[in-house]
Design a protein around this ligand. Structure first.
Ligand SMILES: [Zn+2]
Length: 290
C-alpha cells in the first residue's frame, strides 16, 4: 500500500497472530512515497523476518504494491514513483537469502491482492471478482490474476480536454476525477473531505463535482461490464465513505442497457488491511499451486 507496510502470517486464508505495521505510528509519517526503493525493500524484509521464526515452514511470500507489477518487476507506479523499474521480487528474495531465509516471493498489484482477499474470505475463489479501491489513487483489482496491466484506474471516462488531473499525465482518466491528489488539484481552495461535506450542504459546485465523481466510477464499471461481463464488483479503500452506492447504481443503470449484461451486483466493503494481506498470501499460494 502507498501509506504504510502491513504484514501478517496467513494460515488457511486466515490471519495467524498479530498484524505488524510500519511505521507503527503513522501520525508523523507522510507515506511511503518518500522512502527510497532499496529502503522499502529492507523494510519489507524486516517485516517478514519479524513474522517468521527461523525454521518455520513457509509456502510462499506474497507482496502487494501499487502500480503495474509483472514478473516481480514494478513497471510503473504513479503513487510510489520511486519503485518504477524496480525488480522488487528478486530484491526481496535475495535480501532474505542473505539473511539465511529461502522463500518463494511473489509480487502483486495491491488492488489485485484485495480482489484475491475478497475471493478467499467470501468463498469465491472459483469466480471472477473485481474490486475498485478508492484512496489516494483509484485501484482496480481482479481475481483470478490474468495477464495484462489492468490499469482500470486510468480508464478514460471523459473526452473533456480540461480533464487532465491524473497523476500519470493522461487526459480524461477515472483517477484524474476520483483520486485524492487530483481532487486537490481541481479544488485548490478545498480539501477533498471539505468538497464532499459542502456537497451535502448543497454547495452547487461541490454537488456537481460529487455527481461527476460517481458518474466517472459508473462509467469505468460500465466499461468493465461491457468488456468482461456482469458479475460481482466490490468497492473499498481508505475513502470508501465518499461513495453513495444508490447514486452509483442509478448512473450505472443509465449506462448498461443490454439485458444479458444487467445481472451485475455491487457491494461496499469497509477498508480492511486484513483482506489485502490475506489476498497477497492467497494469490502467492494460488500462483505456486496453480
Ligand atoms: Zn491516469
Amino acid at each position: 500500500m502507498a501509506e504504510r507496510v502491513v504484514s501478517a502470517l496467513i494460515e488457511n486464508h486466515k490471519i495467524s497472530g498479530a498484524i505488524h505495521q510500519f511505521p507503527e505510528d503513522t501520525l508523523q509519517f507522510d507515506g511511503l512515497v518518500e522512502v527510497p526503493s532499496e529502503d522499502l525493500c529492507d523494510i519489507i524484509c524486516d517485516q517478514i523476518l519479524k513474522l517468521v521464526p527461523e525454521g518455520m515452514q513457509i509456502d510462499a511470500v506474497g507482496v502487494a504494491l501499487p502500480g503495474i507489477v509483472r514478473n516481480g518487476v514494478v513497471e510503473d507506479s504513479p503513487n510510489l514513483g520511486q519503485l518504477k523499474g524496480a525488480k522488487i521480487g528478486a530484491w526481496i528474495a535475495e535480501t532474505l537469502q542473505e539473511r539465511g531465509r529461502n522463500y518463494p516471493v511473489k509480487v502483486f498489484n495491491d488492488a489485485d491482492a484485495v480482489a484475491a482477499g475478497l475471493a478467499a474470505t467470501k468463498g469465491q475463489l472459483d469466480r471472477l471478482v473485481r474490486v475498485w479501491t478508492i484512496g489516494n489513487g483509484i485501484g482496480f483489482g481482479r481475481f483470478p490474476y490474468a495477464e495484462g496491466p489492468w490499469e482500470g484506474g486510468h480508464t478514460v471516462v471523459s473526452l473533456d480536454l480540461k480533464e487532465n488531473y491524473c497523476g500519470c499525465g493522461g487526459r480524461g482518466h477515472l483517477e484524474g476525477i476520483m483520486g485524492h491528489r487530483a481532487m486537490r488539484l481541481r479544488f485548490m481552495d478545498m480539501e477533498p473531505d471539505e468538497v464532499f461535506a459542502a456537497a451535502k450542504k448543497g454547495d452547487k459546485r461541490c454537488v456537481q463535482f460529487v455527481e461527476l465523481w460517481h458518474r466517472a466510477l459508473a462509467a469505468a464499471t460500465a466499461t468493465q461490464i461491457h468488456l468482461e461481463g456482469p458479475g460481482r464488483f466490490y468497492f473499498t479503500g481508505r475513502d470508501i465513505n465518499r461513495l453513495d452506492l444508490s447514486l452509483l447504481k442509478e448512473y450505472l443503470w443509465e449506462m448498461v442497457k443490454m439485458s444479458p449484461l444487467q445481472s451485475y451486483t455491487l457491494e461496499v466493503v469497509q477498508e480492511n488491511s486484513e483482506v489485502a494481506i490475506i489476498g497477497a498470501a492467497a494469490a502467492a499460494a494460488h500462483v505456486r499451486n496453480g
